[in-house]
Design a protein around this ligand. Structure first.
Ligand SMILES: [Mg+2]
Length: 302
């Protein structure tokens, strides 16, 4: 574990940077805000990730985004200059499918979500219903038990731009049965957009279903530690693992909960001002080290 007095890696000596690079074998990185923003790579991020790979580090891309299948994520990463294999993509859509398959789930999923989760479920042979619009009809409150599919054994909530009142009614009605599983991809409050328009994140939907079902979802995305459990079977050593993120309350919190080292980059959600405030108030979760952006690591090594 890198236990240097240096917080800002830019202030580290060459030896300290080397010590840092030698202190981990596995790199987990968030994507949006660390590697890219929307469809634009953040300058230097691909070089830094590919440098880790050259040093022999194992790499995993860990994203709460549930709208894409792994091969689409890998393709996006490759198009933006990152060396990436679909086996290295740990997206929440994949984690949901992997989890359900792992417990031998045989029933049907009622999905508040999109094709990303739907296709990952299909890939492991799990049937699902619910994708797409479920519009509000004038008599929507007269929904009957016969409108529900008796084969449904799990409700999964991810990002769904077609979310509607009938969907909430169905989800909560399925969840009225104690045997029905309740799984969520993540609880992010908002999408990382700048400007004055707020784009509500998946957490908005999860909390709504939790409220009307009076149940708590099993959340598989960050900051929950399901990914660590997932990787432990492949010999992950938490003390020699680095988590890179742009968001303290998901990425860094996740790293801290899992016992990983943490690197915060200030190219996404958490700003320099946010970090200063958190440090002043000693408000966890604080990262071990910080950089303005991931690509800055490259100039520190040469
Ligand atoms: Mg991010």
């Amino acid at each position: 574990m890198f236990k240097s007095a240096v917080f800002n890696l830019e202030e580290a000596s060459k030896d300290q940077v080397q010590e840092f690079l030698n202190s981990f074998d596995t790199v987990l990185t968030d994507c949006d805000g660390v590697l890219w923003i929307d469809n634009n790579a953040i300058a230097g991020s691909a070089e830094a990730m590919n440098y880790f790979r050259k040093l022999g580090k194992r790499i995993f891309y860990v994203t709460n985004n549930s709208t894409k299948i792994r091969s689409d994520f890998a393709l996006k990463a490759q198009q933006l200059g990152f060396i990436a294999d679909q086996e290295e993509i740990l997206s929440t859509a994949y984690l949901v499918a992997h989890y359900l398959k792992g417990i031998g789930f045989k029933k049907k999923v009622y999905l508040i979500g999109s094709n990303g989760i739907g296709d990952e479920l299909k890939a492991v042979g799990i049937r699902h219903i619910g994708i797409g619009p479920d519009n509000v009809k004038p008599d929507f409150k007269n929904m009957k038990p016969s409108d529900l599919d008796p084969e449904v054994g799990a409700v999964v909530v991810g990002y769904d731009e077609h979310v509607s009142y009938p969907k909430f009614m169905k989800a909560a009605s399925y969840l009225a049965s104690e045997e029905c599983l309740f799984i969520a991809t993540n609880t992010d409050e908002r999408f990382p957009k700048s400007g004055s328009i707020v784009v509500p994140g998946t957490g908005t939907l999860v909390r709504a279903v939790e409220t009307c079902s009076e149940r708590k979802a099993l959340v598989l995305g960050k900051p929950n530690d399901y990914v660590r459990k997932f990787l432990e079977s492949s010999g992950l050593d938490p003390a020699r693992t680095l988590m890179i993120g742009d968001r303290c309350n998901t990425d860094i919190e996740f790293g801290v909960r899992c016992g990983f080292q943490t690197l915060l980059v200030l190219s996404g959600v958490t700003s320099t001002k946010d970090l200063e405030k958190m440090r002043k108030e000693q408000k966890p979760p604080l990262p071990d080290v910080v950089l303005p952006k991931l690509g800055d690591l490259i100039s520190l090594t040469s």
